[in-house]
Design a protein around this ligand. Structure first.
Ligand code: AMP
Ligand code: MG
Length: 332
């Protein structure tokens, strides 16, 4: 439900407020900047999925993200910045961290580094951790928006906590209509899965916290001649965003299916065609960009169950399989 242009209303969490939808043109981006400035919430397109943004330096603004999503407050948020220079205001920006982002930013790489003491960030952003997650997104709309405001943007994916991530403005409205102030509609997102998350430890060691569009193994190999030394899973979970159940379509999901049973909505890949097919040609980038769209369709279908064809576990296929495993995990 789009509101006429008018005074920005402070969307409360009653679910009864109006969410305005505007095109992500110069006027729309300027309006988003004003709403963010005054502490509101705006869903924004990025090159990965739509994010739900609020200014990262104000407690009341960040609290609205947690309330709109129903997100547990122990799950920290990614802070979006214009560039590495702005990032340095919030992080203890060591050489290995700077090197890691140099070739990739702006882009779909989030880096987790020790937070600067007394960094001007709302407390809830880091959820009490001593690290901060930073990313400079490459999407032109986000770049323009970050250029208009003088604060960074906290932005998790723009969906109710635990539900399927949004790759279109319509997906955002499916779960957040009436709970946020504005959606900036910039069309479907490209990469389709959330950013890769890389922790750079105090001793310079690299650790993958979440697979994504950037192949961190290949990236580490290029720089140091070996694959990544460590991934999350080999150690205790420090950030609960890696919870077992996430991206849940609200019905049982069967993985590695070669065909659908009578009561199953089939998500296909390659020769295993489906009601929605991730990529007929077996192209993993195309599959990633269509993943959440297919899951949204499967969730909306009358069929009570979902079957999903196997996807090769290589390159961005690792990110797809990570999301599918969590989509299939039982919700506690
Ligand atoms: P999303 O909610 O989809 O935006 O995902 C954000 C991810 O970043 C979650 O997995 C969070 O747990 C993770 N994250 C944010 N801040 C940190 C941090 N300081 N250390 C580790 N992971 C983080
Ligand atoms: Mg998310």
């Amino acid at each position: 439900m789009a509101a006429a242009c008018g005074e920005y209303s402070d969307a409360g969490m009653s679910g009864k407020n109006v969410t305005e939808v505007v095109l992500a043109d110069a006027d729309g981006i300027a309006r988003a900047a004003r709403i963010l400035e005054s502490g509101g919430t705006v869903a924004v397109p990025t090159e990965t999925v739509y994010g739900l943004a609020a200014r990262a330096d104000r407690d009341d603004a960040v609290a609205k993200i947690y309330a709109a999503k129903g997100r547990p407050d122990f799950n920290p948020l990614i802070v979006h910045v214009r560039d590495a220079e702005q990032a340095a205001r919030y992080a203890q920006w060591s050489e290995p961290a700077g090197n890691a982002v140099m070739d990739v930013w702006p882009g779909p790489l989030t880096i987790v580094v020790p937070a600067k003491a007394r960094a001007p960030l709302a407390k809830a952003v880091t959820a009490g951790l001593e690290t901060v997650a930073l990313r400079s997104p490459g999407h032109p709309v986000m770049q323009e928006l970050l250029g208009l405001v003088d604060f960074p943007l906290a932005a998790p994916s723009a969906n109710r906590s635990g539900f399927i991530s949004p790759t279109t403005a319509e997906h955002v409205l499916t779960s957040l209509d009436g709970r946020i102030d504005l959606v900036l509609d910039g069309g479907p997102t490209q990469a389709g899965v959330e950013s890769s998350i890389l922790a750079v430890r105090a001793d310079g060691a690299w650790e993958e916290l979440r697979p994504g569009p950037i192949d961190l193994d290949a990236f580490h190999n290029e720089r140091f001649g070996t694959g990544l030394p460590a991934r999350i899973g080999s150690r205790s979970i420090e950030a609960p965003g890696q919870l077992a159940s996430h991206y849940a379509p609200g019905k049982p999901v069967r993985l590695h299916a070669d065909k659908a049973g009578p009561d199953e909505y089939m998500i296909g890949f390659g020769r295993a065609a489906g009601d929605c097919t991730l990529s007929q040609t077996g192209d993993l980038s195309e599959a990633a960009s269509r993943l959440y769209g297919c899951l949204h369709q499967a969730a909306a279908s009358d069929l009570p169950n979902i079957a999903i064809a196997p996807v090769p576990d290589e390159g961005i296929g690792r990110a797809i399989n990570d999301r599918l495993r969590r989509a299939a995990a039982p919700v506690d």
